[in-house]
Structure formats: structure tokens, C-alpha cells
Design a binder for this molecule. Sequence first.
Ligand SMILES: NC(=[NH2+])NCCC[C@H](N)C(=O)O
Length: 314
Amino acid sequence: MSLLHRYLDDALRAGLSGRATSAGVRLEDVIRSGTRHPDSSVGVYAPDADSYDVFRELFEPILAHFRACPLPPGSELACVNPAAVVSTRIRVARNLAGHAFPAGMSPAERLAVEAKIVRACGTLAVDTGGWIRKIGDIPRLSLGSMVARRLAFGRDDKYMEAADIYADWPVGRSVLNTRNRQLSVWINEEDHLRVAVVLPGARVSACADVVSTVMAALSAQLDFCVDASLGHLTSCPSNVGSGMRASYMVDMRMDTSQQPRLEALESAGVVQIRGAWGEHSARAGGLADVGFRRRVGAPEAALLHDMRLLCAGA
Ligand SMILES: NC(=[NH2+])NCCC[C@H](N)C(=O)O
């Protein structure tokens, strides 16, 4: 059952149904994806920052659910063999203050946000040897292969589709990729800004260093949407707080002893084991993306520490 269905009972629905944010977002906009897709895990998206306040009786229990993710003592976490880690990935989600979020944007607003972020990225691309392209200018076949390698994004997520996040596709969507493929910046996907760094091997600290350099440069030029008590606000409540998700691409065939222990952590709700090719991809070919469920409200340093405990030496 999705968190939406768990927490939105008839009384709450009645209480929230007359409300609207200053931009006109109503309850049905927030819950459209989860209503259309009962197999959602969360089921809500915030079309603007104000939604977290106006519909807080719905967002609060969902955020509280994420804050309560279990975290066993460090000794029980160490179960990923560093030799089996193909790569380490850290991504950060941000939205710009003063603009609707992707589920609530007009074409003009998407273009305005894209222009601000592209401008801010200009210096990064020069530094690292890279290029920014509009999604609409990438030939279909290359886009397909970039999406498969997680270098770009398409419009193939039914949950985001139902939330209107792909409205006016591909207007206002761009990606930055560096020559070495280690840094990608996605503009106007689920959030205004997604920065992802992937380094080979088990290297949480090195990966975090690259992310913080990039984020320092971008935040010097962009005004991010931050709530005084919740932290960074994102389209999906699962990313609120630091907006960060760290994961390892693990080759499950490398060391068969790690698999049952990892799966025990997964059944206990501690880690999430995803397919290697993105959030809803199947687990195939022995590669899996392993990250913690705990994210909301936890400081970045704590999230990175969890990752180092999961894989000693990273
Ligand atoms: N990319 C994400 N925000 N993933 C988490 C939730 C995805 C989808 N809205 C669901 O509820 O199942």
C-alpha cells in the first residue's frame, strides 16, 4: 500500500480538499500519480514548495515514515565486499526558490529555470571538459543509449508521467555530461536540478568531494528552495532534507557470501536493492544498485557515514 493510501483517510481528504496553494495547486494535483497508480510506494508529488505547508497534514506523516527508517548498529551493516563494488554514485536533488516544481510548471517557467541552471553550469562544463545539450536536440537513438547509461533522462516513468512532470516535453529539459562521464547534471527532470557523480570502485569520500565542489559552484549562483525546518524541498517527499542519495553498483556474483546478508538488510527495510539501470529497473545481469532507505532529514555526513559502514574502505 502506498504512503498516500496509508495516510489519506476520508476525514483528512475532506479537510484538505478545499485548500489551494498560492499558485493554485489543489489536493488532486498532489495525489494524481498515486491515485492513478495504486502500486506507487509514495504516491504524492509536490507541484510547488507551498504544497508542503498547505497540505502538511498529508506530507508530515509521509516524511515521518521516512525519518523512521531503521538503522542497525554499524557492525551489522558491513556486508558489501569492496572488491564487488563496480562504482559509487551520489546524486543530489535541488529546486530553485521562487519557481513551481516540475509537476506544476508552465512551459515559460521550465525555460526560465533551464536558462538559470544552464548559465550556472557554464563554468562547470568548461572546467571539466563537457557539454550541455537540450534533450530535444539529442537524436532519439543516442538519447536511448544515454538513458540506459543514466547519462540522460527520458519520459518513461509512469509515476512522473501521471504527475504531469513530463508536460510540454521536451521544452526546458537539458543535460550536462562531462567527457569522462563522471558528472551529469539533469535539468527539469523530477526536480529542477539533479547532479549525479559516478566514480569507479568503492569511493564514497572521493565521490562526495566531487559532489561538494560542484554544489558549491552551483549554489554560489543559484538560490535553492530550502525550508527552515525540513531542509531542501523536492518534488517527492522521499528526497526532502539533504536531497542526496548515495549508492553502490554491486556485482552480486563476485562474492556470494554478501548476498544473503544484503538481502536480510533489504527485508529489514534498511537498504534498497534496485536494478542497475535506474529506479524501477529489474535486477538482471548480477548487477544491483544498493543504497539506504534512510535519507529524509538525515544530514549528509550521516548518510555518507552509513555508506562507509556498509562497505569498509569506501
Ligand atoms: N523517484 C522517486 N521519487 N521515487 C520514489 C517514489 C516514486 C513513485 N512516485 C512512487 O510513489 O512509487
